[in-house]
Write a protein that binds this ligand. Structure first.
Ligand code: ADP
Ligand code: MG
Length: 268
């Protein structure tokens, strides 16, 4: 579904040159939920913006369902970290969710249906007429998720979407993402700096090195599909996986970034 090949991004301008992403190659199959985890500042947002066609890569290519991405493709939706800035304060919740649908060739009735359905999916059926600023941070982020869902994307890109909410809300939102993923069969690429979150959410985890980013490791998360905030997080296998990812990230900080490519889970 998503193919990233040799992606490189160097920011240049006003005499400064920042190599944010050095060389990234990975793919995400249709219906997968893949987490990318890497330290803050390692180039995760840069990478997602390139994948989403919001930034031109310096080298390399991104393909969505076999088509090369050269600008924001119609099949992708984005959920950003800063929910406060991603919703229009002068528009009601329902209007915010409906807005991107106006680019699609849909009847008004169908748009309404998608909006109602998406808001119900995130537990905000009653908030349609509210303004974003009347809602809590966690609710605003759920509106942003509903907006992405209503758009019926092939691929959903999520950039540290829960970094700014409290721990309890974050746990609820993580479970919401897993539920929506299982119910709707969407392909999700979820970026986070939080190792536990990556292991809890992902079916696979791609570990990134510090900037300039390369793929440090690819890991299959062999935890049961049915995850639970209490039981999963205290499972011995969860602890093994998170420790393994943590050590990879620490090692990557010490070494000159060298790509290590395996698809096997770490030994028990
Ligand atoms: P992350 O999302 O992993 O925290 P970013 O992709 O935001 O990392 O940033 C990676 C690196 O690229 C950082 O060193 C950052 O300062 C730099 N960077 C990000 N955006 C720009 C930009 N527009 N111009 C110049 N440098 C940038
Ligand atoms: Mg970022």
């Amino acid at each position: 579904m998503l193919d990233v090949r040799g992606l490189k991004k160097v920011y240049e301008g006003s005499g400064r040159r920042v190599e944010a992403v050095r060389d990234l190659t990975f793919s995400v199959a249709a219906g997968e939920l893949v987490c990318l985890v890497g330290p803050s500042g390692c180039g995760k947002t840069t990478l997602l913006k390139c994948v989403g066609g919001l930034l031109d890569p310096t080298a390399g290519e991104v393909f969505l369902a076999g088509r090369k991405v050269t600008g924001p493709p119609p099949g992708m939706a984005f959920v950003f970290q800063e929910y406060g800035r991603s919703l229009f304060p002068w528009m009601r919740v329902g209007e915010n969710v409906e807005l991107p649908l106006k680019q699609k060739d849909l009847s008004k009735a169908r748009r309404r249906e998608l909006v109602t359905d998406a808001l119900a999916s995130v537990g905000l059926a009653d908030a349609t007429g509210a303004y974003p600023w009347q809602l809590s941070g966690g609710m605003q982020q759920r509106v942003a998720i509903a907006r992405a869902l209503a758009y019926e994307p092939e691929v959903l890109l999520m950039d540290e979407p829960f970094a700014a909410v409290d721990a309890q809300t974050r746990a609820d939102l993580e479970d919401l993402v897993r539920r929506l993923w299982r119910e709707r069969g969407i392909t999700i690429l979820f970026v986070t700096h939080d190792i536990d979150e990556a292991v809890y959410l992902g079916e696979r985890v791609i570990v990134l090195s510090a900037s300039p980013t390369v793929v440090r490791e690819r890991l299959t998360v062999d935890l049961p599909a049915e995850r639970d905030q209490v039981r999963t997080r205290v499972a011995p296998r969860f602890a093994e996986l998170r420790t393994h990812v943590y050590e990879q990230i620490q090692a990557a900080k010490r070494e000159v970034a060298q790509p290590v490519k395996t698809d096997a889970p770490p030994p028990h």
